[in-house]
Design a protein around this ligand. Structure first.
Ligand code: GLN
Length: 264
């Protein structure tokens, strides 16, 4: 079986280390014996290329790069990406990427940039004087059916740990939040929500990168992508997660959350 991973604008949207998500997905699929093809989806790509992928990864970007991407991701490419996500292609989109999948992004400087409207959310940067939302972030996944799937697999509530670094504040409309903040800012530092969830697409402010720190999310995405593609039940062989588990434990201790967060 082959997994084709589409990577949105690798050169422009790799500022915050989210390339680690691509490597994590690639390795965890290969270790189970699946063939993996990485497909860059960038300014040189035709819209038809977007239709060929089974899983989509989008990373964070600074405002200037994000604006270039949002200007390129119009017309046929925008339609193709929207079609993929609306019809259940899984994806993981971090920080700048969810902002461009939303209705619009208002940067600190310059004009409002229209988004794709795949996710019913809006993002505004309150200006260069406002502090950025930076630091470790911990949240519990609440989006359904993702939360139930993960709870069944882990035997405990799924807790994500990541690192956020954003100026934009995101406000959700008619879209489910990904989770509830335990520590950190999340979408806007006010309403307690983190990220968004649409069909099989995960949108989050968590860098880290997200997937190596929370490998259960990587496996959920791989499983869903293969099931959608081959229309058959896929069960993934377990992998040795000792290093990730130890890293999570160390971070929960450092953040003094060990007593509140059972998962390690
Ligand atoms: N430019 C966006 C912001 O500052 C996204 C930053 C990011 O992707 N980390 O809000």
């Amino acid at each position: 079986m082959e997994l084709r991973i589409g990577w949105l604008y690798p050169k422009l949207m790799s500022t915050y280390g989210d390339r680690g998500n691509v490597i994590c997905l690639q390795k965890r699929a290969q270790w189970r014996g699946f063939d993996v093809t990485l497909v860059p989806l960038d300014r040189q790509s035709e819209a038809a290329q977007f239709a060929t992928v089974d899983l989509i990864v989008g990373g964070g970007a600074q405002d200037r790069q994000q604006e270039i991407v949002m200007r390129d991701l119009q017309g046929a490419k925008a339609i193709a990406l929207k079609e993929k996500l609306d019809t259940g292609t899984p994806g993981v989109f971090t920080c700048g990427s969810p902002q461009l999948l939303g209705k619009y992004y208002e940067p600190a400087l310059g004009q409002r940039i229209e988004g794709l409207g795949v996710l019913d959310l809006e993002t505004k940067h309150p200006g260069l004087e406002a502090p950025r939302c930076i630091g470790n972030v911990v949240f519990e996944i609440t989006a359904s059916p993702l939360a139930e799937d993960l709870q069944a697999q882990l035997g405990e509530p799924p807790i994500v740990i990541g690192f956020e670094n954003h100026g934009g504040r995101t406000y959700l409309g008619n879209v489910a939040p990904l989770g509830k903040v335990i520590q950190g800012y999340g979408n806007n530092g006010q309403d307690g929500w983190e990220g968004a969830f649409h069909r099989h697409a995960i949108a989050t402010y968590s860098h880290g990168p997200l997937l190596p720190k929370n490998p259960f999310l990587a496996d959920w995405l791989i499983q869903k992508a293969l099931q959608e593609k081959y229309q058959t039940a896929i069960s993934l062989a377990p992998l040795d997660n000792t290093t990730a588990t130890q890293a999570r434990k160390a971070m929960f201790e450092r953040l003094e959350l060990s007593s509140r967060v059972k998962t390690a």
